[in-house]
Design a binder for this molecule. Sequence first.
Ligand SMILES: [Ca+2]
Ligand SMILES: [Ca+2]
Ligand SMILES: [Ca+2]
Ligand SMILES: [Ca+2]
Length: 230
Amino acid sequence: MQPGRLTLLLIPALGALSVRPAAAQDFNADGRPDLAVGVPYEDGGADMSGTVHVFYGEPGGFLTAANHQIWSQGTTGLGETPEAGDRFGYALAWGDINADGYDDLAIGIPGEDYASYANAGAVAVLYGYTRSGLTAIGNQFWTDTSIRAGDHFGLNLAGGGAGDGSFLAISSPNRDVGAAVDAGAVTVLYGDGYVNGLVPDGRQVWTQNSPGIGDACESYDLFGFGRYGG
Ligand SMILES: [Ca+2]
Ligand SMILES: [Ca+2]
Ligand SMILES: [Ca+2]
Ligand SMILES: [Ca+2]
């Protein structure tokens, strides 16, 4: 494992759902809006491995190329490898997850392999840090022990709130649930309100079989395939 990087595995659990609005993007906390743009089919070191461009707002609120970053799985400090079809940047979500005043960025990688499972999916989380904005310091790489080939964990993301009110929702729309093929699931991670950012504690995995949902998993429902609100 690379210094300053965490690899985290999830184990499914069930619980109550809450929804909060997404925060504005200001990764360097200078009061000027910033913009992250996913380019999932870019050659970021391998064919269709993907990149993410981040533009930092200039005085007057304008975005220019003068203060700009390009992230890929080959970026130093992320500790990952660009591989064909990873699609880093297919989904993006942001919020001040660790409540330090700097917005943080979650990046879906639905084509990442997990163990021997092709296209199981993963999510990278970059944390804003000082006026430099997003850095590799403290970045996280989330996978799920339950994901299997083709689940596409990270195909959609939604995030919001700050500190202990922060969350990140991660879809895996092609996940099988029991005998229901591609029924789909949504994993919700919560921030601990401190510098740790997103933590495994309190995580939830929602499906249409979850208690209180009032529906049932059927093959090819693709729960989590549609775009999230928030
Ligand atoms: Ca800014
Ligand atoms: Ca990869
Ligand atoms: Ca932050
Ligand atoms: Ca259903």
